[in-house]
Design a binder for this molecule. Structure first.
Ligand code: 4AD
Length: 570
């Protein structure tokens, strides 16, 4: 078949090349009748300017007239175009060859320099005073002395052949270091990369006015060595993950993201927040307990339980340690815990995690008002404690410059009034109707209300049907419970708490109402049997508290390695 002939055979055999400007193709055509080219230029390029170019010429009004020889003017134009294209292609090829030669020369020159650099051996000058090993957090008090600091290359700026600026990071702070002359000419200096680990010796000096660096000082290096080189090129950390990376890439590479200033800053504040809660409770005589994570009873309903096979028995990851805390009251008095809670949340929201740190407390012989006062006191005291720690306060105000301590007393609003508020402010359900008494107020309207009021709200006294089985009813209205959600602008609910049913019969009735088998709860029920008391407590989501404090978009960024739907790695 003609279209299977090679192009050369075709031009020799027929000396014709067929061109159809509408149906032909310069990419897949070969100039035969079956596979014409699209342009005369291509025909000449493929077969030379002696080929007889046949052009498809549809006649007016008719389907087609057939092929006819190209006109003299059109042929001349096509030949000229071919010559122009050839000239251009030649120029591009020349330029590419020139660039390749330049690149080759640059590579050779770099290799030569690197080879020569291997001969530059850095030695610590033993005539200098012995260097004291320090962490970067102690750098201000060690100014003027010779120090030895180890860390990771956080930033790297090469300025000519004789100066390299390194910002060193060791987890306790950042330190600008300047390498000069021979120190910049060793093989390690020329191949230094971000995230490499190095040890540096020298003297830290305050910077003159007009220059800036972390802590306003700079280490003038007299000796340094590379401990572990990080990769450059495609494997360089900045090519793996950066601020523009997709969120899923950032979570896959969370171990690298944690090295960033913002991510590590959040974790540092988190550490102080946890300490703040512990100090708050310790100061008030609460005892810290560590309840089990593997349990066989639900606290907050069955829908968010993570089930596990426990030696061939059904068990769950705990949703809340509350029930265990309640059992501690008779032996330890007021108690608290900072423990992981687990929720098999199907919702993919920015405030839901599958595993979160739950700060829970339980107090005996209190009233509902005592509970609310304790909660307000705790939130404010923990904020004060975090802000009293200068490095944390610096991070808080850097990430959330407009942060203001909440005004006391917190607004206290009943659920019934919230339903009215939603109506008064035209906050409706998706179907356009208003929320009515007895309905749960979901995340969206709750946030709309909280953001509008723009201050912490204690939302109190929810109807019993929409709350957990253990909540005590209000003496003044048994339809309601002595319950509270703490709502914060930007985040929404950060705390859920309540007074607990103290009466044995009432609790038994509650199990029945909720369809719960009381037998696995015997130990919880016994609290009402062996000396009951009015008691209450709450649980605060540490991640939500931090997201509020630092004005973060999602609670996921407050965790070391967040766990949410579809992610239990790394
Ligand atoms: O309101 P919750 O479900 O209350 C309890 O678990 C009670 N047993 C606590 C108690 O009284 N001891 O949860 C309490 C808080 C919420 O206000 C929220 O801050 C946090 O725990 N929380 C979550 N945080 C992140 N992701 C989730 N999936 C969360 N579920 C609850």
């Amino acid at each position: 078949m003609a279209d299977s002939l090679p192009v050369e055979a075709l031009s020799i055999a027929h000396a014709f090349a067929y061109v159809d400007e509408t149906k032909g193709s310069d990419e897949t055509g070969n100039g035969t009748l079956e596979a014409p080219y699209q342009s005369a230029v291509k025909a000449i390029q493929a077969h030379g300017d002696t080929v007889k170019v046949q052009i498809w010429k549809p006649a007016a009004g008719e389907e087609a007239e057939g092929y006819s020889l190209i006109s003299g003017a059109a042929l001349k134009k096509a030949v000229k175009k071919v010559a122009e294209l050839e000239k251009k292609a030649k120029k591009i090829a020349e330029q590419a060859a020139e660039q390749a030669a330049k690149d080759q020369a640059a590579t050779e020159e770099r290799e030569r320099i690197l080879e020569a650099a291997k001969a530059v051996v850095l030695k610590e000058d033993t005539s200098l005073p012995a260097a004291t090993k320090i962490k970067i957090r102690d750098s201000v008090k060690n100014r003027g002395k010779r120090v030895r600091v180890s860390g990771w290359v956080h930033r790297l700026r090469v300025q000519g052949k004789n100066m390299i600026f390194v910002v060193l990071r060791d987890g306790t702070g950042f330190l600008q270091c300047v390498l000069t002359d021979k120190l910049c000419q060793s093989y390690d200096a020329l191949t230094l990369t971000l995230e490499s680990t190095i040890t540096i010796c020298g003297v830290i000096n305050e910077l003159p006015e007009g220059k800036s660096a972390p802590d306003n000082h700079e280490l003038t290096v007299d000796y340094w060595e590379c401990v572990g080189k990080a990769p450059g090129g495609d494997e360089a950390i900045s090519n793996k993950v950066n601020e523009n990376s997709d969120p899923s890439v950032k979570y896959d590479l969370r171990h690298l993201v944690l090295r960033e200033e913002k991510a590590s800053g959040i974790l540092k504040v988190r550490s102080q927040v946890m300490k703040g809660f512990r100090d708050h409770f310790d100061n008030r005589g609460f005892v810290e307990v560590t309840p089990p994570a593997m349990v066989q009873t639900s606290v907050e309903g069955g829908s968010t339980l993570f089930e596990l096979n426990y030696y061939n028995e059904k068990a769950y990851l705990t949703q809340s340690s509350q029930l265990y805390l309640e059992t501690c009251l008779p032996s330890l008095g007021d108690v608290y815990c900072l423990a992981e809670s687990f929720r098999a949340e199907k919702s993919h929201t920015r405030r839901h995690l599958s595993e979160y740190t739950h700060c829970e407390a339980e107090m005996a012989f209190i009233s509902f008002d005592d509970l609310l006062d304790q909660l307000e006191e705790m939130v404010c005291d923990v904020i004060d404690r975090v802000l009293a720690h200068k490095p944390s306060a610096d991070i808080v105000y850097k990430l959330n410059p407009d942060f203001k301590k909440p005004e006391r007393p917190f607004m206290r609003m009943n659920y019934t009034d919230a339903i009215q508020y939603l109506k008064d402010n035209d906050i409706k359900k998706e179907d356009g109707t208003f929320y009515e008494f007895g309905e749960d107020i979901p995340e969206a309207p709750e946030r709309a209300m909280t953001d509008k009021i723009n201050r912490p709200i204690f939302l109190c006294r929810f109807p019993a049907e929409i709350k957990a089985f253990y909540m005590k009813r209000c003496p003044e209205n048994p339809l309601l419970t002595e319950s509270v959600d703490v709502l914060m602008p930007g985040v929404g609910e950060i705390v859920g708490g309540s007074m607990r049913i103290s009466d044995l019969d009432e609790l038994v009735a509650a199990y029945k109402r909720e369809g719960l088998d009381p037998s696995p709860y015997y130990w919880f029920t016994d609290q009402r049997k062996y000396g009951t008391c009015e008691h209450g407590g709450f649980g605060l989501g540490v991640e939500r508290f931090i997201a509020w404090l630092l004005n973060l978009h999602t609670v996921r960024d407050t965790c070391l390695y967040p766990r949410f739907t579809g992610r239990a790695f790394p």
